[in-house]
Design a protein around this ligand. Structure first.
Ligand code: PGA
Ligand code: ZN
Length: 427
């Protein structure tokens, strides 16, 4: 097993999809295995997320990450060189020990995430197996339903839509590649519809590749998706389900939510959700309320009686103890999994395992600031989560994950199983 020993760790400042600097780490093992990890970055971040190190000052408008790169060189590399990448959980524990803070502020969450992802990739490469197989073993074969964000609003777009993400889930497909085809056909049909109905500026895209039309009300976005679905020849509610990420903390001010142009109480927002779910085939709703309103999550779950999943993202920040708390309080049906919200891959793995153990949904997710790193595609298959969020079927940093999943499906050939409808159903 000495081939797994980490011999070399290198860090570099590169760019993410918004043109912001980010941290890339490369790891080389004694056996010649090579792995790379790149930290993504969020725009609508949870209050309890791991803190990313940014340089401040004038270079890159303060967004540089030279300090995080230096933290990898000076503190992380010496601490993990000589350890076995095969025992990546121990490597992560070591990194957390060196950092020593709750919120990863000493080394920087970005330095930690990039290293942690590089280590698992190097281990898989050393073992000469794809990452999903290294992590999940030979039984890993479930390809996730993509929750594709095809209309962008909130912090991800320059329009007035209050919800951040409007997604489609092609659950009726029988394979992952068919799901991609269905989603692309609907995405193109939506493009035509938006151009017709709102003019050419409506087909500009937001941070996650979804269109950013000049709409004012969330209902309009849902209506447009339903129309585009039927114009593409599919049935909304059958072949395709809808999902939304409200990212409600972003529209929350002084106890009220700014939705569709006015400030409303949480209880009115809850009514809006119930009405929307009556009207549209919405299967999942993420961050419906702000982080300090878990009571409303519970109320919503009670009112919905399982008709749509209530998912935590900013609420739960991939933190196993927060997820466990909100699952047991009956506030959520599942949670978003983003490695950089919590710091290390091992902590994200704990969150996935906890969700699986208690029958909750784990949705492996990208960030709005992404790169060509495809690790999350492998993570979704490795743990059979059945769900992934990685944007529209457009823009390289989004398609890189879908393309990797297509490669994994091809690699598994007849063994691959598409998660389909049951992925969005409560057990
Ligand atoms: P972020 O948003 O990556 O900009 O934080 C994604 C999300 O809220 O799911
Ligand atoms: Zn979210």
């Amino acid at each position: 097993m000495s081939e797994f020993i980490i011999e070399y760790v290198k860090a570099l400042q590169i760019l993410d999809s918004r043109g912001d600097p980010t941290v890339e780490v490369s790891v080389v093992t004694r056996g010649g295995g090579y792995g790379r990890g790149i930290a993504p970055a969020g725009a609508s971040r949870g209050l309890r997320e791991a803190v990313e190190a940014r340089d401040g000052g004038s270079k890159y408008l303060g967004r540089g990450v030279e300090r995080a790169v230096e933290a990898v060189r000076r503190y992380i590399a010496p601490a993990i060189t000589g350890m076995s990448s095969y025992r990546f959980r121990e490597v992560d524990r070591k990194i957390l020990e060196v950092d020593g803070t709750q919120n990863k502020s000493r080394l920087g969450g970005n330095a930690i995430t990039a290293t942690s992802l590089a280590v698992i990739n190097a281990a898989a490469d050393t073992a000469r197996v794809p990452l999903f197989e290294f992590l999940g073993g030979r039984r890993a074969r479930i390809l996730p339903v993509p929750l594709m964000n095809i209309i962008n609003g909130g912090a991800h777009a320059g329009n007035e839509l209050s919800f951040q993400e409007f997604m489609i889930a092609p659950v009726g497909a029988s394979t992952f590649s068919e799901a991609i085809r269905v989603a692309v056909e609907i995405y193109k049909s939506l493009k035509n519809y938006l151009k017709r109905a709102y003019g050419p500026a409506a087909i500009n895209v937001g941070d996650e590749g979804g269109f950013a039309p000049p709409m004012r009300r969330v209902r309009e976005a849902l209506e447009a998706i339903v129309k585009a679905t039927s114009e593409a020849g599919y049935r909304a509610g059958e072949d395709v389900l809808l999902a939304v990420d409200v990212a409600a903390s972003q529209v929350y001010r002084d106890g009220l939510y700014f939705i569709d142009g006015s400030f409303i109480e949480g209880s009115r927002l809850l009514e809006l959700y119930v009405n929307l779910i009556d009207e549209f085939p919405i299967a999942s709703i993420e961050d419906p309320f702000a982080e300090d309103h878990p009571q409303y999550f519970r109320d919503l779950k009670l009112s919905l009686k399982g008709r749509a999943l209530v998912i935590g993202d900013d609420l739960t920040v991939t933190n196993a103890s927060l997820i466990s708390k909100y699952l047991s309080e009956n506030a959520i049906d599942g949670a978003i999994i983003k490695v950089n919200q919590v710091g290390t891959f091992t902590e994200a793995e704990e969150a996935i395992e906890l969700l699986t153990q208690f029958g909750g949904k784990a949705i492996v997710s990208h960030r709005s600031g992404e790169t060509e790193d495809t690790t999350i595609a492998h993570v979704a298959v490795a743990y059979g989560t059945g769900l992934i969020k990685t944007g529209a079927p457009a823009r390289g940093e989004r398609t890189s994950k879908y393309n990797e999943l297509l490669r994994i499906e091809d690699y598994l050939s007849g063994e691959a199983v598409y998660a389909g409808r049951r992925a969005l159903k409560l057990k």
